[in-house]
Design a binder for this molecule. Structure first.
Ligand code: DGY
Length: 324
């Protein structure tokens, strides 16, 4: 008998067809009513789940009695209660590597947009406000040659650092748990404590995973350490930044601006950030290009298929539960 896969998001029709060759696939359909109710109804039958953006832990998975694996179509796995997965022997897989460059592109576009006020002045132009040459009130900040501070030098952090160093002649600082001597040699990157990095960088880019340790890593004290002309870019996870503290810093001019792709609560709605011209707000699109989302779905399908066929998946987050 075929095993059952329940797909809950970010899964494309070709990927569904691929899964259907080996499994029974259930995809909740908004046309058939409430998606949540369809998910709950299918959950007890599922051997595998595939998707992203859903919190899954003890409470949500209690009814998933046949479950063997959750294949997340994301690199981050902070939505999953890994302690509970381990306790139950459930495999968790993610999709690293394939989104590194597109997420770094997005990080860099937030650097450019916030420094050069791209979104703000686009809205201003379209509103018919451009009646004479712009003056100092519309000037932005330079990027070329400014200091780039990467908080969390993993794959994505390194890809942003390469862009800054090679394309924009930016000195690169980084902070994190470990020294990256290869990047120090290749890019001249210099290690700093977080506090030192905040005090020196013109662009502080957050690329750390969310954990108990990084929750509100950036709050009032840290924002006050930044230069008044500096920008904070967050492409990691919203709760790494204390959002009310950031809003206050942007309102009071403690820092010059922010470029944000992630928020404490998503989707973001009716936030004071919407009224701040010095905040660029994007709807969590770090990996959202056609090519990258296809590559992520492909990798996630591969992981799920391997796990359900008893093979070790390529991107197993908790290898200790693999019984192969
Ligand atoms: C990830 O993969 O973790 C990105 O944030 C996209 O969700």
């Amino acid at each position: 008998m075929k095993k059952t896969v329940l797909a809950f998001s970010r899964i494309t029709p070709p990927m569904i067809e691929r899964l259907q060759q080996q499994f029974d696939v259930i995809v909740p359909d908004p046309k058939k009513g409430d998606i949540g109710a369809q998910f709950d109804e299918a959950l007890p039958h599922a051997h595998g789940l595939i998707g992203a953006g859903r919190k899954l832990g003890r409470e949500q998975l209690a009814a998933a009695v046949k479950l063997e694996v959750v294949s997340s179509v994301s690199v981050g796995y902070d939505n999953y209660d890994i302690g509970y997965f381990n306790e139950r022997g459930l495999m968790l897989t993610n999709t690293p590597d394939v989104l590194t460059e597109s997420t770094a592109d997005l990080g860099f576009s937030l650097i450019m947009s916030s420094a050069r006020r791209v979104a703000e002045l686009d809205a201003w132009t379209k509103a018919g406000e451009w009646k004479a040459s712009v003056g100092p009130g519309h000037f932005g900040s330079d990027v070329y040659g400014k200091t780039l501070g990467i908080v969390g030098m993993g794959n994505i952090g390194a890809a942003i650092a390469r862009r800054g160093r090679s394309g924009f002649n930016m000195p690169v600082l980084y902070s994190g748990n470990s020294r990256k001597t290869d990047l120090e040699q290749a890019l001249g990157a210099q290690f700093r404590s977080l506090d030192q990095l905040l005090a020196e960088a013109d662009f502080v880019v957050l690329v750390v995973p969310l954990s108990d340790k990084t929750h509100h890593l950036i709050s009032h004290r840290e924002l006050a350490l930044m230069k008044p002309g500096a920008f904070l870019i967050n492409i990691a996870r919203g709760p790494i930044v204390d959002e009310p503290a950031l809003i206050q810093a942007l309102e009071q001019g403690t820092i010059r601006g922010a470029g944000l792709d992630v928020y404490e609560t998503e989707p973001l709605s009716d936030s004071p950030l919407f009224r701040l011209k010095n905040a660029v707000t994007l709807p969590h699109i770090g990996s959202a290009t056609t090519q990258t989302r296809e590559a992520m779905a492909d990798r996630a399908v591969g992981n799920l298929t391997a796990a359900l066929l008893g093979e070790r998946p390529q991107d197993l987050v908790n290898p200790q539960v693999f019984k192969g």
